[in-house]
Design a protein around this ligand. Sequence first.
Ligand code: ATP
Ligand code: MG
Length: 415
Amino acid sequence: MINSLRGFRDLLPPESDLFTRIEAAAREVFGLYGYQELRIPTIEKKELFVKSTGETTDIVEKEMYAFTDGGGREVALRPEGTPGAVRAYIEHNLGQTGRNGKYFYIGSMFRAERPQAGRFREFTQIGAEHIGNPSPAADAESISMLVRLLEKAGVGGCSVVINSLGCAECRKTYRQILLDHLRLNAAALCEPCKGRIERNPLRALDCKIDGPALAEKAPRLSLCPACAAHFSRTQELLKISGVEFQVNPGLVRGLDYYTSTVFEVRSGALGSQDAVCGGGRYDDLVKSMGGPAAPAIGWAVGVDRMAMLLKDQPAPDSAPKTFIVAASKEAGDKAFALVTSMRAAGISSDFSNFELSLKSQMRSADKSGASFALIIGEDELKAGACAIKSLKAHGEQQTVPLPDAPSTIKQLLKG
Ligand code: ATP
Ligand code: MG
């Protein structure tokens, strides 16, 4: 037999239903905040990710599923959603529609990482991007919407950590200060960091190996007055919206495009892969990708990790309300029509195989967890009726004309 690939998994019920519920909660929250859906391709030109996510990031350097397709094109499975969303924004001139520039996406992302608890090679992200609004209110709104979404989905126990990475100007000075510091402490760096600090010193602070220790001792970025004001206003507005957060000056995100506000949501209940969500401002990305000067902010939550936090919740009842049973081939015709009319009336209904014995069909009815069996035996067939037998309570049975079955069941379900 052929198995699935390592790191790629089948989502089976009831876990698949958790995903559906999380996505439904997200859609509801997005509606409240004026976000509209973008459905973007799974495969893009490889250079899209190289130019936006960044050449020196783990995602592009090590984790991307990039390949040459049959036509000789260099393509990649999307490792994250922001590059495609920004490409679509530019390609379709979405900035000129006069809309509020708020978009969300839901879909699979692909990263060739080592599979472990909470880390898969195909995983689902829900992402939000607000493009074209430079105000701190957009930052506070984006973060508070994220918190609302986690609450709505039933994910508790998360903590929000924020920081500001400043603008390109703040970073220019800081880059040199940090680089000097890292060069002096080169002995403390892991091998990959030794190689990349010259190209991207900030990356070292976000390194999974030496990052935490480095971030503690590294010189802090000092924000220019405008960035400092933006960051403190963002915090005021977050407080107004009732979001609890911590400022961590050591928080650096692993992607190249972030500027100004960055944030992460973590959950202690997750173990070593504790990040639930990451996001931040990317004020220069749209322009650098050939679009208008459109400051933006966004985030992506990992649905797989949200589902891990929810998996102890009781699964919803998936049992049908009624189970239809027939005693003969002719009764089977009526029974099939009855299943159809029950479902048309909005009553979930099922059956097994009308050609099997009554006894066997009744066994299936019991196993299905249905509340009622609707039986068309020889007598019922002659009378154009069906017998309704409660599978939950003992001995209660009544016979009703076939057309009355849906309304009778509705009454019984209410009672
Ligand atoms: P991590 O630190 O766990 O590697 P990340 O910083 O690479 O996370 P982001 O790129 O910020 O993650 O993606 C946002 C969210 O997507 C993460 O917080 C996480 O919930 C989820 N995520 C990222 N990579 C994976 C993966 N390989 N498997 C499952 N979920 C993932
Ligand atoms: Mg990662």
